[in-house]
Design a protein around this ligand. Sequence first.
Ligand SMILES: [Zn+2]
Length: 102
Amino acid sequence: MSGRSKASENNSELSTLDLGTAEFMKWLISKDTNSGDTLVAVKDYFDDKYVILFDKSISKDVIVGYRDGMPWCITCNTDDCGHVGFAICLKQDHDRDDHVVY
Ligand SMILES: [Zn+2]
């Protein structure tokens, strides 16, 4: 994990893939408890097309699109921000059959 992002001007707290993964775990738990205590809300999910997230740390909608199955954050214009990490986990959660979700 390099964790470097060239999109620092967005000032999102989700600047690395790892932070996105951690936030996804929180989101999974809050989904069950309805706590709403997460940095990210999922607004829409279209399998293998795109994910629309709401990032509360920048108060903006964030769109992660899939190119040939690889996620790409259109908002940060990178493939290694936290939104991408979040989207990867979200996809794994949907494709659960063959994946181990940790
Ligand atoms: Zn992003």
